[in-house]
Design a protein around this ligand. Structure first.
Ligand code: SF4
Ligand code: SF4
Length: 201
């Protein structure tokens, strides 16, 4: 009987002690939570020195900087694109769709001095399918296709995840196609005329 009373007594103080210990730990974190950690990336010198303070950031008002070599949303600087199709060919999930039209006039050069010969009536990237492998950016000869630091781009309608980078309106594309077809016809007619003249001679 006496033994049970002692046990009960010890159990009571054990519970009180552990409650106090838990409360003091909570209080310590509560006090530290008045300080905020500054948003620093894991490679920054100070990152592991900030042991205390709130670790959650008020996203989207605060965000941890992303690494330079991160793979996020793609962007195509279409003025520098030579429509070579290499990115579409290497894409493992076929999320790049390109259509090209040959220019009948001089359309200038890219910023790295590469001659442009094709228009891109369609240059679409379906970011909903993209697996962010980065292969398309590594093969791009003019470095116009890049991964941006933008990682937060949700859409309610999945169709909006398709990014359009064309340099032509549908009307302009149609016009360019017709000009190219006309040029081909004229070249074929000129060739036929030369052959006919040769036969006569
Ligand atoms: S990052 Fe990979 S999956 Fe995404 S478009 Fe480029 S090649 Fe395709
Ligand atoms: S690889 Fe680069 S230059 Fe070639 S089509 Fe793709 S984005 Fe354009």
């Amino acid at each position: 009987m006496e033994r049970t009373a002692i046990k009960k007594h010890t159990g009571f103080w054990y519970v009180v002690k552990s409650l106090l210990s838990g409360l003091s730990l909570t209080w310590k974190h509560f006090k530290n939570a008045r300080n905020r950690r500054t948003p620093e990336y894991v490679t920054d010198e100070n990152y592991f020195k900030q042991a205390d303070g709130q670790v959650t950031l008020k996203y989207p008002y605060e965000a941890i900087p992303v690494p330079d070599n991160g793979r996020y949303r793609l962007h195509n600087e279409i003025d520098d694109c030579i429509v070579c199709d290499l990115c579409a060919k290497i894409c493992p999930v076929n999320c790049i769709t390109i259509e090209s039209v040959k220019a009948t006039e001089d359309i200038g050069m890219t910023s790295d001095g590469t001659k442009k010969r094709l228009y891109a009536p369609v240059f679409d990237i379906d970011m909903a399918k993209c697996c962010y492998c980065g292969l398309c950016t590594t093969v791009c000869p003019t470095d116009c296709l890049t991964m941006t630091p933008v990682y937060d781009f949700p859409e309610v309608d999945i169709k909006n995840m398709v990014y359009h980078f064309t340099d032509l309106t549908p009307e302009q594309a149609e016009e360019k196609k017709q000009l190219f077809a006309k040029q081909q016809e004229e070249m074929a007619a000129a060739k036929a005329a030369v052959l006919a003249a040769r036969k006569k001679a």
